[in-house]
Design a protein around this ligand. Structure first.
Ligand code: ATP
Length: 503
């Protein structure tokens, strides 16, 4: 699995999808740049989301609010006081870790021990093995799992109560060592706010402290009435937004899974109080179906319903995805009650209520939110698509099986040889297709190697121009996944490619 993940990172770099930020200066930790192919894939994911949320819903409209917002926004939202991670330093190595993550990693090791026992028993008992019974009756497995549960409960309780000394005591009691150096010499646990601060204004006395937004949602809340009134929106309705968010993450080690600068795709759905659970269920199902429509496989997704809720929520679930490093949050669906609108009302002194003409009364709407990370979507799709195949002749090929609708380049046009007028015909085909779709032209190397390169880039179609093309205006079209080739008329190309690669 580690190897698989390393492959993902190196493939992303080698084929021009993702580079470390400012790499000439050895990079900036947990910040990345999207390269020529990555930017296309990312744009296509964003558009696929936007089409499903805004274009296909009569009652959802878009917004592009600014990254910088009035600082009181973050007071009202609770981010100034409560957007913290517990942080601990190692005195010897001077390295900094998230205390809860250290404890969770320890629990993960207990889980792995339990899994090992289960695997051993499975191998020993074969078909007769009943996993569920084994997990609940085998003394060692029970011990590992009970211990894990107890540790996590103690940590959650201490964090909730703000008893950071207890969190430290737990780390010491478990004898958790610095993952990098093995040292067990820890400092106190401190709360660390994840927002990035910046300043507005030139002179030191007059400068105003600002934050880079840690989520896009607040831009939607403060604009709620502007959009509702100017768009004559009737409840229930939604506002959708994609854009950058910033968090000064402490643990930043899973490539684009956890970044300091990342992009969110969020939608806030405003409903009548009391209707929120109905819409919460609706959006859970609708969002899962959107993910499934990409065809990565049902077994890659699962729901995780939150027992412990954030201060603003009355129900919350994650859609988790099986990344190369295990099941992790991909999207959050939150029933946020009227917390945010009420808070902005209180801090701004302005009414943020909706007049319901049917009921002839004013109320503060409840909100159901769907929030997915664009970069996490990118990683989910990219890592799942990247496959090594052994072909019939024993050779291997690397193919990026991206959903065709998301592929950066839909078709590559390749002259079989670099002479006899084939490049000219291939280029004129490119020029025609360019109006319909994204095209690449490649004449370098043998055609087999060019196919492999397009496979690795995820291009669903290769069109090859050969000598017969000059005579009868036909070409071969090769399908990335099956490697099947068929002969088609040049005039039919645009239609074939368009119908296979559009939403
Ligand atoms: P996590 O528990 O993984 O830190 P979160 O619960 O803080 O995530 P939310 O605040 O609910 O995440 O944000 C909504 C979505 O934004 C997440 O589901 C995730 O896809 C994305 N996201 C959050 N933080 C990051 C990050 N640092 N890098 C990339 N994507 C992120």
């Amino acid at each position: 699995q580690d190897d698989l993940f390393k492959n993902v990172v190196s493939h992303a770099k080698e084929y021009g999808f993702i580079f470390p930020s400012s790499e000439v200066y050895d990079g900036l930790s947990a910040v990345y740049d999207y390269a020529q192919n990555g930017v296309e894939l990312k744009k296509n994911i964003r558009e696929y989301w936007w089409a499903a949320m805004v274009q296909l819903h009569d009652n959802i409209v878009g917004l592009d609010a600014a990254i910088l917002m009035h600082p009181t926004t973050w007071k009202a939202s609770g981010h100034v006081d409560a957007f913290n991670d517990p942080l601990i330093d190692n005195k010897d190595s001077k390295k900094r870790y998230r205390a809860d993550v250290l404890i969770e990693d320890y629990c993960e090791k207990l889980q792995q021990k339990a899994n090992k026992e289960i695997e051993k028993a499975k191998a020993r008992f074969g078909d007769a093995f009943d996993e569920q019974t084994f997990i609940t009756t085998n003394a060692r497995v029970v011990e590992y799992l009970e211990k894990k549960k107890a540790i996590l409960q103690r940590m959650a309780k201490s964090l909730d109560a703000g008893e950071l000394d207890d969190v430290k005591a737990l780390i010491e009691e478990l004898e958790i060592a610095d993952p990098d150096t093995g040292s067990k010499n820890w400092t106190e646990v401190r709360q660390f706010n994840l927002m990035f601060g910046t300043k507005l204004g030139a002179s030191a006395e007059n400068a105003m402290d600002l934050y880079l937004r840690p989520e896009t949602a607040q831009g939607i809340f403060v604009n709620f009435l502007n959009v509702q009134k100017s768009g004559r929106m009737k409840i229930p309705f939604g506002i959708a937004q994609t854009g950058k968010a910033f968090r000064n993450e402490i643990v930043a080690r899973q490539f684009i899974f956890r970044m300091r600068e990342f992009e969110q795709m969020e939608m806030q759905f405003f409903v009548k109080p009391g209707d929120e659970m109905k819409w919460y269920e609706y959006w859970k199902e609708t969002r899962l179906n959107w993910h499934l429509s990409l065809g990565l496989g049902r077994e890659k997704y699962r729901f995780h319903d939150h027992e412990k809720l954030a201060h603003y929520a009355n129900a919350a679930a994650d859609i988790e995805f099986e990344f190369p490093f295990g099941f992790k949050e991909l999207e959050g669906i939150h029933s946020r009650t009227d917390f945010d609108l009420k808070a902005h009302e209180q801090y701004s002194g302005r009414k943020m209520q909706y007049f319901d003409a049917e009921e002839n009364k004013n109320y503060t709407p409840y909100v159901v939110e769907t929030s997915v990370g664009l970069d996490r979507m990118f990683l989910a799709i990219f890592a799942t698509a990247l496959t090594e195949e052994t072909l019939e002749d024993g050779s291997t090929r690397t193919v990026l099986r991206l959903p065709s609708v998301l592929a950066p380049t839909k078709v590559a046009v390749l002259p079989l040889v670099k002479k006899d007028g084939l490049p000219e015909l291939a280029k004129s085909i490119c020029d025609d297709l360019r109006w319909e779709t994204t095209v690449a032209y490649d004449e370098k190397d043998a055609v087999g190697r060019r196919y492999r390169r397009q496979d690795a880039l995820g291009t669903p179609f290769c069109v090859t121009v050969d000598h017969q093309s000059l005579e009868d205006q036909t070409v071969t079209i090769r399908h990335r996944d099956s490697m099947q080739q068929e002969r088609v008329k040049i005039v039919d190309l645009a239609g074939i490619i368009h119908s296979a690669t559009s939403m």
